[in-house]
Design a protein around this ligand. Sequence first.
Ligand code: AMP
Ligand code: GLY
Length: 441
Amino acid sequence: MVKVLLVGGGAREHAMAAALKRGDCRLYTVMKNRNPGISRLSEEVLLAPETDVEKVRGFAERTGVEMAAVGPESPLSVGVADALEEAGVPTMGPLKDLARIEASKRFMRDLMAKYDVPAAVKYGTFTDYREAVEFLEGFGGEAAIKPDGLTGGKGVKVMGEHLKTMEETREYIREIIEEGIGGRGGVVIEERCLGEEFTVQAFVDGTHVVPMPAVQDHKRAFEGDVGHNTGGMGSYSDKGGLLPFISRKDYDQAVDVIRKTVAALKEETGREYRGILYGQFMLGRELKLIEFNCRFGDPEAMNVLTLLDSDFVEICRKITEGSLGAGDCSFKDLATVCKYVVPVGYGVGSKGGQVLEVDEKAIADMGAVLYYAAVDERDGRIYTTSSRSLALVGMADTIEEAERISEGATAHVKGEDIYHRRDIGTRELIERKLKNMEQFK
Ligand code: AMP
Ligand code: GLY
């Protein structure tokens, strides 16, 4: 029985923990607050910041884990995988140098340009305000404005959506550069892409790329896809691994972008990427790459890991050894819908600290899967924090049926000041997306 270190304490990591525990392993987890779901699945838990590289390494050494799996981007971007590898613990999650594919949007765009990776966009990167504004003014079209570094998915503002005037756009560029939003790496100004977004995640063992079913996330805070961007309010996937608005050809193109990026990363850094590579795509008249993440998506992990039939412990082992094959990764041929229950104000300022009553038995009895997220278990009670509270996944033959299961399960979560998006996975929302796509035909 292999001893595995898990780093991270969100719903994504709860889904990873549940998938690992379906295989033959003992889990040791580092997380910043006590996720009750992960806690129960672990032999031992260390409550510590996941970015505290020395603490993570020390815990790994003390517990004698034989392998590690890292959930979030922040520990990867500060070198947790490097430290674990140095300590002799093979790690599912890329080294710091390779995690730049997510941690630096400048690095990512430059890499795509240098190696001619398809689905690239027009862009420029700046640390000087005047040069940035000059570029913007000569850009000839709407742009997306992004801080170079990590912002938890909340730093991007798009002209025509969040930025209504040129003045507001200039002001946001100034803020990013002068206030150092996302670190001091400056600003990336890129072509605004139109269409529908989708996610393709892949297992990567250094050279082999094994893709997972496509997923659509919903970043906007409120029903009808309005409001501020969040880390993601919920997501769905379809039977067959595609989505109602993407074809096999679109999916294959997305996988090709991921494959070429893995090869480019190796060429550029001389190191092999071992972990999950996540591509966020926009499909309009053509396919565009919006961003890469160096880890599973959150919520997308809950869709694919709930579907995963193969032994995740073995997959992680093969990723770290460089011996992964397509036959090692099979998924149930079903649709999934994941809905996040979050505190009111999530993404713009929520206080958290409310008691949550979760009827786990009723949720399980109706066939839904519960993953705890950023909640805190204290004295036998579960408290919300300022971030997402828990995710409910329905799995069925159709998206609509899966939606009914996850929506039904939300009735078994009670608390003050919480909400979820009822529309994710509903026929109405999907028809709107299909209609949106018609303009590009
Ligand atoms: P990111 O943090 O890069 O995932 O961006 C967050 C969200 O901003 C994405 O999911 C998109 O909805 C939007 N976005 C990012 N880049 C672009 C772009 N080039 N064109 C249009 N929307 C974008
Ligand atoms: N679902 C978007 C992300 O994980 O960044």
